[in-house]
Design a protein around this ligand. Structure first.
Ligand code: SAH
Length: 220
């Protein structure tokens, strides 16, 4: 990232990002690794210029195509939960969206794969993440219901959209001991952590969340 992108005008300054980090700390985020990535990730470059002045509020914002960039608290929380058992090599993300969650995960894992079902969002994320130099990330335009079997199995999988039922393929693409973090449900959603133990899967319900629905097929 170049100096200009990082410093920018006042509202996108380091001080503004530090305030967001303090907010996340107060809200219960404990992972210093995650907080330090949030402190250096330019979220204002992941939203439309017209919304850049709100990029460091702890809120979801529209990114077009009826989708939203996830709330920073939720991004931090899911990343913290995914990483809680130790470092991860291969990680799959479902729902690239703006690419912000992708950017937060990128420095924390070895190799990151991310799929998005809406083509215009996928294309914008490819351009943005390349320009910002996130080079351990591979993106694909596809329906995450099927995971991304060619690159699996994964140590961790994170989904940013809520299915009513956890897709079987995602469970199958976890390594033994692998972790899947995702929102599950319809009108009422819960953040869920699923851990693989051989052919058995343990499931832990965390907190209530609000995500866009996990939808089938692709949209051009
Ligand atoms: N973490 C992203 C969140 C984007 S919202 C960000 O911070 O910007 C969730 C995204 O999941 C949307 O872009 C939506 O199109 C995508 N999505 C929903 N169902 C999907 C599926 N089956 N496969 C791939 N992406 C999906």
């Amino acid at each position: 990232m170049n100096e200009q992108q990082l410093t920018g005008i006042g509202m996108t300054s380091q001080r503004t990002r530090n305030r967001l980090v303090q907010r996340l700390r107060d809200a219960g985020i404990q992972s210093e690794a995650v907080l330090s990535v949030i402190a250096t990730t330019p979220r204002h470059l992941f939203v439309d210029e017209a919304l850049a002045h709100r990029a460091y509020e702890d809120t979801a914002l529209p990114i077009g195509n009826n989708q939203t960039i996830s709330q920073p608290y939720t991004v931090a929380r899911m990343t913290e939960v995914l990483l809680a058992a130790g470092p991860l090599n291969r990680v799959l993300e479902i729902g690239t969206g703006s690419g912000y969650q992708t950017a937060v995960l990128s420095p924390l894992v070895k190799q990151l794969y991310s799929v998005e079902r809406i083509e215009p969002l996928h294309l914008r994320a490819v351009e943005r993440l390349q320009r910002l130099g996130y080079d351990n990330v591979r993106l694909s335009m596809s329906d995450g219901t099927w995971g991304w079997p060619e690159h699996g199995p994964y140590d961790g999988i994170l989904a940013a959209a809520a299915p009513e039922e956890v897709p079987e393929s995602l469970l199958e693409q976890l390594v033994d001991g692998g972790r899947l973090v995702l929102p599950v449900g319809g009108a009422e959603q819960k953040l869920v952590l699923i851990t693989r133990h051989g052919d058995h899967f343990s499931r832990k319900s965390l907190e209530p969340v609000r995500f866009v629905p996990f939808l089938p097929g692709v949209q051009r």
